[in-house]
Design a protein around this ligand. Structure first.
Ligand SMILES: Nc1ncnc2c1ncn2[C@@H]1O[C@H](COP(=O)(O)OP(=O)(O)OP(=O)(O)O)[C@@H](O)[C@H]1O
Length: 278
């Protein structure tokens, strides 16, 4: 009888992102900054990677490399099996300040990627009144914004704006979602609510996510894995899986296993900061 290969060999996940000795140096001789020393990093499809570390350690540089906004000074960055510059990528992005356009309604703001990104833009004129509009309304309902499609950004609270921002980042079904401190400007309770929303979206759609955050609790709540970075030169100094079961709750963040992880990573960051300032 032929043995079932799937039972013998563990499933090998595909890499969504691979940094292969990828490094970034800014500036000319005499005033060079090594923002990221040659780094190897593999992120599998569907992983939720949280990048944490002190200011200036290269977290945003990794996001910029993956999005193609910055070219590596050395090494290679492979996303979806191809070198970043070789192909237009379908990526969703969200930043600390929701960048919604003030003159458009929430529905039109969220619909923007469908108007701009291939292959959706091809069908935009034909579908926007029907299929795309339904899609936007369903996405808004997913994040608790049903009934706000015709509001303008100035009519929404900071938390609601960030919900709409997440909707816009995901509306075109990106396989890769890049988040640069999207919850950093929110109060603690709104932030925790948004973690729940983000977790629900990730469980439902399973994009690969890279989240840059200064908040270790946020990293532990959302991440499947946390990479800690250190500065001068920017590098990854700790890479830990986060295996708490899902869906995770705020109560879980008070459990001893969670606080132990938090404490260990905190100590790594503190000693890395001391190395830099010593
Ligand atoms: N365009 C640039 N020109 C020169 N130096 C830069 C440039 N962009 C970033 N750097 C430097 O590279 C290093 C890493 O920057 P990066 O923005 O990636 O850090 P970060 O970890 O995201 O910081 P923060 O948490 O403060 O946002 C820093 O020392 C920064 O000053």
């Amino acid at each position: 009888m032929t043995p079932d290969l799937a039972q013998i060999q563990p499933e090998r996940k595909r890499a969504a992102v691979e940094l292969s000795r990828a490094g970034v140096t800014f500036g000319q001789a005499g005033a060079r900054v090594q923002a990221l020393q040659p780094t190897d990093l593999r992120i599998d499809e569907g992983e939720f990677l949280a990048l944490v570390g002190p200011s200036g350690c290269g977290k945003s540089t990794i996001l910029k490399l993956v999005s193609g906004l910055t070219r590596p000074s050395e090494g290679a960055v492979i996303v979806g099996g191809r070198e970043v510059a070789a192909k237009a990528l379908r990526i969703g992005m969200a930043f600390q300040n929701p960048t919604l356009l003030p003159w458009l309604t929430i529905e039109k703001n969220v619909m923007l990627p469908l108007k701009i990104v291939r292959p959706f833009r091809h069908d935009f004129a034909r579908k926007k009144r029907g299929e795309y509009r339904d899609r936007v309304h369903a996405a808004l309902a997913d994040v608790g914004l049903q009934g706000f499609a015709n509001h303008y950004p100035w009519q929404l609270s900071g938390g609601m704006l960030q919900r709409a921002n997440l909707c816009r980042a995901l509306i075109h079904d990106p396989s890769l979602l890049l988040l640069d401190e999207p919850f950093g400007a929110l109060d603690q309770f709104t932030r925790e609510e948004l973690w729940g929303t983000m977790q629900d979206l990730w469980i439902k759609r399973r994009p690969t996510v890279i989240l840059v955050t200064h908040d270790l609790k946020e990293a532990g709540f959302l991440g499947t894995r946390i990479c800690v970075m250190s500065a001068r030169p920017g590098r990854i100094i700790d890479d830990s899986p986060v295996t708490f079961p899902r869906p995770r709750s705020i109560e879980m963040t008070f459990q001893p296993e969670f606080t132990a992880l938090n404490q260990r990573l905190r100590e790594r960051i503190i000693s890395a900061r001391q190395e830099v300032t010593a």
